[in-house]
Design a protein around this ligand. Structure first.
Ligand SMILES: [Zn+2]
Length: 459
């Protein structure tokens, strides 16, 4: 009896779930991609979102975006709620000015203040420059080495990394703590080389901190092209001076919102599959890739599943997180709320790496789950999804991490991302409609398959 039963159970359990109907699953996945590419709903929404403008946390535009997309989700039959989030309110003020003066001539820079920076006095700051090429070099400097000087951080992103996110994470320290560290050595302002993987004329903003700084000094980014110019100019004119003028300021924190939109699960409504991105953006562009694309991926994925009658057994929750860029306040608030209310998230998928062609996903889960997800490769490879890594997931879903949750980050092609990221290039025109739709369809397919096959911890 047992001898006969055991192999039967084994065969049965192997087939239930994933290999039972691979042809059907392939056809379903195909229908999702076809529908996305035919209707281009996500791109239309992205146009509507970017028409609002850049969405700095605490700005009117950020609030307008949340309200607009709440109305859209309501009209589609989602159950929506706005979750209060306290966010910092930094304003850029008038267009920044920076130039170098050498041998009686001025060279004007493409410049922007870093997010969170204080402004300069009304007439600006003019001072000699010290170039810094590494934090080791800075550490070795005398404690007064930068007294009365402007520190110029020139630490390029390493072009030999294939994954530009790794190059970014290696160089981003100059932006985040550059001012803080330079102020400890007496600097009166900092100018950093923009975090961009190519030499181009666009300055790139991004967050910075003063936590632990003896003094809050102004911090700005110049374009990589200007950084190249400056490093050369300093060789022939070490006495060169930079003038920097900005009137940005950090105001009192304000109340903003996360947008939460649910489609209730038919069989397991208490189990939540969360998909999301962040609705705030920097202000030099309109946050089309970062992270309008991610929000549209999430909303469109839910829309696709609804349109095609493929909604999961579990509750599908779309979250537009507020203020990823300058402190993760929305993500932290949501995670706290989730913990207090004992919400049971089983899957969380985030898209915050641009709207380029999807290439794969990064999974943060136990190996058994990762191996089960890797079995989906055959179904997704026809759509270019072939990279299944275990290198984190996403900033906004990260705070939700617990031992019952599978976290997944979308990984689109990243070669062009940092040319655009946080700059004036991050506008609708830099998003390709087909590439964006491929991302939405990928997210929808993943949600459909992972829910159907019960690829969650404990099952
Ligand atoms: Zn982002």
């Amino acid at each position: 009896m047992y001898k006969i039963l055991f192999p039967c159970i084994f065969v049965f359990s192997t087939f239930v779930g994933w290999t039972q109907t691979p042809a059907d699953d392939a056809a379903t996945v195909k229908s999702i991609y076809s529908y996305a590419l035919t209707h281009s709903q996500g791109y239309q929404w992205l146009e509507e979102l970017t028409n609002i403008g850049g969405r700095l946390s605490g700005s009117e535009e950020a609030d307008e975006a949340v309200q607009r997309f709440k109305a859209i989700a309501d009209s589609m039959g989602f159950t929506t709620q706005l979750q209060e989030v306290t966010v910092p309110h930094w304003v850029r003020g008038s267009k920044e000015v920076a130039f170098a003066t050498a041998a009686g001539e001025n060279h004007y820079f493409q410049v922007c203040a870093l997010g969170g920076s204080v402004g300069t006095p009304f007439n600006g700051i003019t001072a000699p420059v010290v170039e810094i090429n590494s934090f080791d070099q800075l550490q070795d400097m005398d404690s007064k080495a930068l007294k009365g000087k402007i520190a110029f951080y020139n630490i390029p992103m390493d072009p030999s990394f294939i994954n530009t996110f790794f190059a970014y994470s290696q160089s981003v320290k100059q932006r985040y703590v550059g001012a803080l560290e330079a102020s400890k050595k007496g600097a009166i302002a900092v100018v950093i080389r923009s975090l961009s993987a190519t030499v181009n004329p666009y300055p790139h903003t991004g967050s910075m901190t003063y936590v632990g700084a003896p003094k809050h000094i102004p911090a700005a980014a110049i374009s990589t092209q200007d950084a190249e110019w400056l490093t050369k100019a300093l060789q022939t004119h070490p006495e060169l001076k930079i003038t920097l003028k900005m009137d940005c300021e950090l105001r009192d924190s304000v109340t903003s919102h996360n947008l939460i939109a649910d489609l209730k699960g038919s069989e397991k409504p208490d189990e939540i599959i969360l998909i999301g991105g962040h609705i705030d953006s920097w202000d030099l562009g309109t946050g089309a890739h970062d992270d309008g694309a991610g929000c549209m991926h999430a909303l469109e994925a839910a829309w696709l599943l609804k349109e095609l009658n493929l909604l999961p057994k579990r509750t599908l929750r779309v979250v537009f997180f507020m203020n990823e860029e300058f402190g993760l306040n929305g993500a932290k608030t949501y995670a706290k709320f989730s913990k207090q209310n004992k919400l049971h998230h089983v899957l969380a998928l985030e898209s915050d790496a641009g709207g380029f062609s999807p290439r794969g996903i990064s999974i943060d889960a136990p190996d058994t789950i990762v191996n089960r997800i890797k079995l989906l490769r055959e179904l997704l490879e026809p759509y270019g999804i072939h990279q299944f890594s275990q290198q984190g997931s996403g900033a906004d879903i990260g705070p939700l991490k617990n031992n019952q949750l599978v976290l997944i980050g979308m990984r689109p092609d990243n070669q062009r991302y940092f040319e655009i990221h946080h700059s004036a290039l991050d506008v609708l025109g830099s998003v390709n409609p087909r590439e964006l739709e491929m991302g939405s369809a990928t997210l929808a397919s993943l949600v459909y398959l992972l829910d159907k096959l019960n690829v969650v911890i404990g099952e």
